[in-house]
Design a protein around this ligand. Structure first.
Ligand SMILES: [Zn+2]
Length: 255
């Protein structure tokens, strides 16, 4: 069997003298490993395609002898030169690629994440997403797109409206909001949940906005450091609880 599909190269390695393995994120199939025999020498079949962060159209043969994939050919679509030339941006990209690989997408959920990743790369290449914001936005958005969008309207404990959208950000202690990571949504000021993370109304609005935004909107967002820390904590705990992933020593670990 054979298929041709658009894919982004997440990782590349060599084995034996001229052979290459690649970890591909295929638009319609999710992440898979494939082998390019003779790949390190064949300019004709793989010209410029066997590098990390290359978008290409790959023709792949699924071997009859075992469940592995053999690359037959690649046509380069985009090598993101603007990202390659900027080590700071490359660091952010690496974070996003590692997250995608760690999430272990089902093939049915791959397409929206693929589109999200490409839009993120194009936005980052063209300029201005704050470095401190990008991993948080990407992580949150990808998690929400996996059917894990938090409930930000009703209290997850009592079912009442969790907060008044018209309220000011500095609402008093009686109306303080909190976010229950385990239950995946807001806890109102009347319910007590000691394990919930405190969250100001402004941060809740940002979470709502992330749910509706696309990467092209992200450069518009700027946050005070305090709110960024608050959101970072909530998103990291949310990802750890629902996807079982934690960022440790420069990589995502299954927990
Ligand atoms: Zn409540």
């Amino acid at each position: 069997m054979e298929f041709t599909e658009k894919a982004l190269v997440l990782r590349v390695g060599r084995f034996r003298e001229n052979d290459v393995w690649v970890k591909l994120f295929c638009a319609g199939r999710g992440v898979l490993t494939a082998f390019a025999f003779g790949g390190s020498r064949s300019r004709r079949r793989f010209s410029g395609c066997l590098d990390q962060l290359v978008l290409a159209s790959f023709r792949v043969e699924v071997s009859r002898r075992g469940p592995y994939n053999v690359l037959q050919e690649g046509v380069l679509l985009n090598a993101f030169p603007g990202l390659r030339a900027d080590t700071r941006k490359l660091g952010l990209v690496a974070h996003c690629l590692k997250f995608v690989e760690a999430v272990q997408l089902e093939s049915s959920g791959a397409r929206p994440v693929f589109d999200l990743l490409l839009e993120t790369l194009v936005t980052l290449e063209s300029g201005a997403v704050g470095a401190e914001m990008l991993p948080l936005l990407f992580k949150a958005k990808l998690t929400f797109e996996q059917g894990l969008k938090p409930d930000l309207a009703l209290c997850v404990r009592c079912g009442r409206p969790a907060w008044d959208h018209d309220c000011a950000d500095d609402i008093g202690p009686a109306h303080r909001l909190a976010f229950s990571v385990e239950r995946g949504g807001l806890v109102c000021g009347l319910c007590d949940d000691a394990s919930a993370e405190p969250l100001c109304a402004g941060s809740v609005r940002v979470l709502e906005w992330i749910g509706k935004s696309r990467p092209a909107d992200w450069p518009k967002l700027s946050l005070e450091p305090e709110m960024r820390r608050e959101l970072g904590r909530v998103v990291d705990r949310f990802v750890a609880w629902h996807l079982g992933l934690r960022w440790e020593n420069g990589t995502y670990r299954k927990i």
